[in-house]
Each structure stands twice: as C-alpha cells, then as structure tokens.
Design a protein around this ligand. Structure first.
Ligand code: NDP
Ligand code: MG
Ligand code: MG
Length: 330
C-alpha cells in the first residue's frame, strides 16, 4: 500500500483552479471550508431551494446552482447523496463538463457500478476521508486531519493523482496519512463492511442478544445495558488499541467467556454467509438491487425501517436514554 504524507502532496496542483463542491451536507461543508481555508478558490453548488444555502453563505462561502458551479469550475467534487448522483450528473453536471475538468468523488459507488460514465476527456478521482464529515472539519480546525483514501479512475491531464493528493492535503488528511487505493476496492470493502459488520452484523447481534435475555425472563432494562449500551465502551477499546486492548481491559472472566463462546456465535456458517454477501457486492447484484429499491420509492426500506423502530429494544432504549443527561438529544 502506498501511504502519502504532507511532503508528498503539493497544493499547487489545485491552487489557481476553480473548485466546485456540490452539496453542503456532512462531507460537503467539511471539504468546502477546509479547502477554502487552505487557500483554494471554492464555490458551493446547491439546488436553488436548498436548506443548506443559508448555512454555506453564513460560513462565508459563495453559493451557486449546481449547473453554474460546474460551468465555472475546473475541479468538481460531488458530495451529494449517492442515490441522487446519477440523475444530477445527467441533468446538471455532464452538460457543463469540458475537456480537462476533474470530476471527484468521496465514494466509488456510482463510478464503479457505471451509474455515472464520465467522458474520457476528464480526470476522475476519489478522495474519501475515513470519517464522518463533522470530524473531518473538527480535526482540521484543531490543526490535524483524518486519514484519507485516494484513487484515480481516469488520468486525462497526467496529474490526476497529484490533484487527489493536493485535495487530501487541503482537507488536512495528509497530516494523518493518505492511502492509495482503487475505486473498486474502496467501493466493495465499504459496502461489505457496512453490510456484514458495521450496520447489518452489529445490529442483528445486538437484537439477538437482547431477545435471548428477554425471552429467558430477564428485565428489558438489563438486557439493553448488556447488549447495546455497553457495546460502546467495548468498541472504544477496539478503536484505541485493537482486540488485544479490549481483552486486556475486561475481566479475566469476560475474556475467557468471550474467547470460548464468541466462536459459537460467529460460526463457520456465519462466515460462509459473509462470503456470499461479498460475492453479491463484487458481482454487482447488490448494487442493482439497491438501485431498483431507490427507483421503486424505497418500498422495502420503508417496511424494514418500521419493523426496526417497532422493536422492543428501541422502546426501552428511548426510556433509558432519558436517564442519561450527558447524551445529546436528537
Ligand atoms: P449528505 O446527505 O450529508 O449531503 C446532502 C447534501 O446534498 C446537502 O447539501 C443537500 O442539500 C444536497 N442534496 C440532497 N439531495 C439533493 C438533490 N436531490 N439535489 C441536489 N442536492 C441535494 O451526504 P454525505 O456528505 O453523507 O455524502 C456525500 C458523499 O460523501 C457520498 O458520496 C458519500 O458516500 C460520501 N461519504 C460520506 C461520508 C459521511 O461521513 N457521511 C464518509 C465518506 C464518504 P439540500 O439542502 O438541498 O437537501
Ligand atoms: Mg458506505
Ligand atoms: Mg458485564
């Protein structure tokens, strides 16, 4: 793996260019503000009735329609929700792209699954901070940065990778380290991770543990604390020092019980299913399914959301979190 730092990246590959950041959400606000404060000529592209317009203007940024921002720009970073990017690209971005422009993304989905097929005469790059946008912004204001991935899908100008590195540096990411990857690897690992481990796997593990205790007659309150609340404390230990740090920090009882029982929960059959899930990501069948789902108006997603919000763990959780004065209520 190639890892790059401050000395490997030169802002001159973006300086003097017109830079459009499309979208002003989680990633958009962080990219627009960090790059502007790194000396770049930034304009934000939004729909005219966007709820984010006022915020961006208040932060001192110039705001235009998406079409006008693209017309003006040399480098266009697409930070709109992934499922809307194709339609917005076709209507407002593609007609205004010219030879030599750079089209940039923070996630590879639309390029990798060919939802967006840019002309051969533009650069196509990715700069993907490995963190939510608000942390990208906060670490920058503190003089640091978060690790970023970069990738080049098309290098028309000959310096596409240098531009991606410059972007990562302007974001603050080169202080932490910039890892070079491909659109394929970033997209496939991202989808697999959120499906099998981060979102899907962990939520089902929590629910199954909670249900097992409650069905055995234990109070929901205790089941909630053991199976959901305390998970944060464990994940913080993983995050700070890996699996060993967790095992070092918990009691010997927890360590022994976990090491002997964990493999009975995550069995070889679970791993075999993970491999199937990965295959669906690799062969594009998950992407097709999700695109159909979006086009159908989220029929399945709406039903699934309802069944999740109706789960007993959500009701008891809402009650218990009211006892936790330190939690930010949203
Ligand atoms: P958000 O949902 O936070 O961004 C929403 C922005 O897009 C808002 O400014 C919104 O403005 C605008 N928008 C939404 N719908 C439309 C539309 N139909 N037409 C025009 N503008 C629209 O997105 P994220 O920042 O989460 O994601 C952006 C990209 O970054 C994605 O590719 C994602 O995969 C990637 N990414 C995200 C990460 C994260 O931390 N969230 C981490 C790494 C990568 P409006 O007020 O008009 O709705
Ligand atoms: Mg993702
Ligand atoms: Mg315990």
């Amino acid at each position: 793996m190639n890892v790059y730092y401050e000395q490997d990246a030169d802002l001159k590959h973006l300086q003097g260019k017109n830079i459009a950041v499309l979208g002003y959400g989680s990633q958009g606000h962080a990219h627009a503000l960090n790059l502007k404060e790194s000396g770049m000529n930034v304009c934000v592209g939004l729909r005219p009735d966007s709820s984010s317009c006022a915020q961006a203007r208040q932060a001192g940024l110039e705001v235009n329609t998406i079409a006008d921002a693209v017309k003006w720009a040399d480098v266009i970073m697409v930070l709109l929700p992934d499922q809307y990017q194709k339609a917005i690209y076709e209507e407002e971005i593609a007609p205004n792209l010219v030879e030599g422009n750079t089209l940039a993304f923070a996630h590879g989905f639309n390029i990798h699954y060919k939802q967006i097929v840019p002309p051969e005469t533009v650069n196509v790059i990715m700069i993907a901070p490995k963190s939510p946008g608000h942390l990208v912004r906060r670490t920058f204001t503190e003089g640091n940065g978060v690790p970023c991935l970069i990738a080049v899908h098309q290098d028309y100008s000959g310096d596409a990778k240098q531009q991606a590195l410059a972007w990562a540096k302007g974001l603050g990411g080169a202080k932490a380290g910039v890892i070079e990857t491909t659109f394929k690897d970033e997209t496939e690992t991202d989808l697999f991770g959120e499906q099998a481990v981060l979102c899907g796997g962990s939520a089902e593990l929590i629910k199954a543990g909670f249900e097992t205790l409650v069905e055995a007659g234990y109070p929901e309150e205790l089941a909630y604390f053991e199976c959901l609340h305390e998970l944060k404390l464990i994940v913080d230990l993983y995050y700070e020092g890996g699996l060993s740090r967790m095992n070092y920090s918990v009691s010997d009882t927890a360590e022994y019980g976990g090491m002997t029982r964990g493999p009975r929960v995550i069995t070889p059959a679970v791993k075999a299913e993970m491999k199937k899930i990965l295959t669906e990501v690799q062969d594009g069948s998950f992407a097709r399914e999700f695109i159909d789902e979006c086009n159908s108006g989220y029929k399945n997603l709406n039903t699934l959301r309802e069944s999740n919000t109706g789960h007993p763990i959500e009701k008891i959780g809402a009650k218990l979190r009211n006892m936790m004065s330190w939690l930010i209520k949203k």
